[in-house]
Design a protein around this ligand. Structure first.
Ligand code: HCA
Ligand code: CU
Length: 346
């Protein structure tokens, strides 16, 4: 498969869900001031849509109303359940669209006192209503990427597709899907679905970024992200790491995003949450630090790209050279200065 070519043809956009999934992170508290700042930052980066929480909760409805009043902003999508109460709450607010979550797991439907057939009928009614109000609608299936639920997810999404929704989406809700499985599933889905397909990928097994890339290569068009990857449990695809992958696949795809803001914005997010930047994100303070003598020497002799995947400046990050440790070798201080300022990426 020509992965690069497929991804370039398929990729449409990023739905950032920091304001919804991100609030589900254990340490998140988002007063409206922080939400406004997040919206502003996401707009400056240039994400295509921003997802907010469920307006059926009155406090969330108030916040969404405030966010929607901002004139210069991305499209705002409310994340709702497949319920008319939720849709009605969203319709009152002037959001640009709704992301409606459906369920196919028979046990969960049972707990809800609902049959799959009734759930699908409700979905159809909600789609028709949203369309009558001229707002965009994306229909997602929780656990939709899991093998045991895929057949039912596909049947439900085919019906949504026949009503020409703006987008359908499948989620790896438990974060345990492996890249080869996502390829098979998205290829199957693409055969049946004509509208754009989005993916929402949890990171429990560490594949949230690679699964996004493989999903795009297999026919998906949209990816859900959050700043720092925050969300339930280990979170979802982090915006920064996803974007550097996309840049590597085809830099043209990132032209519409202000990559140089990524470090500042993700560091702002960490500060707001009173958390230390995760060391394993490319926007962290240590993401471009070099410590071992062999590495420092390599940088000096061959240039920084020998141990750096991208120029840190591309994402607004910086290089750090750690000397004076027992593993740092004999590099002289004046040589270190050279590395600090050398720019080998032009
Ligand atoms: C959840 C819902 C969700 C929804 C994803 C989507 C998930 O919190 O369980 O709207 O596509 O991970 O399934 O975040
Ligand atoms: Cu989720």
């Amino acid at each position: 498969m020509n992965y690069q070519q497929h991804i370039s043809n398929n990729f449409i956009g990023i739905n950032d869900t920091t304001l919804r999934e991100g609030e589900q992170y254990n340490g998140s508290v988002f007063p409206i001031k922080i939400q406004l700042k997040i919206l502003e930052h996401l707009h400056l980066i240039g994400v295509d849509t921003v997802e907010v929480g469920n307006p059926v909760v009155p406090e969330i409805a108030n916040d969404i109303r405030t966010l929607c009043q901002i004139e210069d902003r991305p499209l705002i999508m409310a994340h709702i359940r497949n319920k008319d109460t939720d849709l009605d709450a969203a319709l009152k607010l002037g959001v640009d669209g709704v992301h409606m979550l459906c369920i196919v797991d028979p046990k969960r439907l049972d707990f809800m006192g609902m049959s799959l057939e009734k759930h699908v009928n409700n979905m159809v009614e909600n789609i028709i209503k949203a369309k009558a109000h001229n707002i965009a609608i994306r229909v997602s299936v929780e656990h939709g990427l899991e093998k045991s639920f895929f057949t039912d997810a596909l049947s439900l999404l085919k019906i949504a597709n026949s009503f020409n929704v703006n987008r359908v989406q499948v989620a790896d809700t438990r974060g345990a899907i492996l890249p080869w499985d996502i390829v098979d599933t998205i290829v199957e889905l693409r055969k049946e679905i004509t509208v754009p397909i989005g993916v929402h990928l949890h990171n429990d097994f560490g594949h949230a970024v690679s699964n996004a890339i493989f999903a795009l290569a297999s026919g998906a068009n949209w990816v859900d992200t959050t700043l720092l990857g925050i969300g339930e449990r280990t979170g979802i695809t982090p915006l920064s790491v996803f974007l550097v992958n996309l840049l590597d696949v085809n830099s043209q795809l990132c032209k519409k995003y202000s990559m140089a803001l990524l470090t500042e914005v993700e560091q702002f997010m960490a500060e707001s949450l009173h958390m230390k930047m995760p060391h394993n994100l490319i926007t962290s303070d240590t993401a471009f630090s070099h410590k071992a003598g062999i590495h420092i020497n390599g940088l000096l002799k061959q240039g920084a790209q020998i141990y750096e995947p991208i120029d840190p400046q591309l994402i607004g990050n910086h290089r750090t050279i750690i000397t004076g440790s027992r593993i740092s070798g004999k590099t002289q201080q004046n040589e270190i200065q050279i590395i600090k300022f050398l720019n080998d990426y032009s």
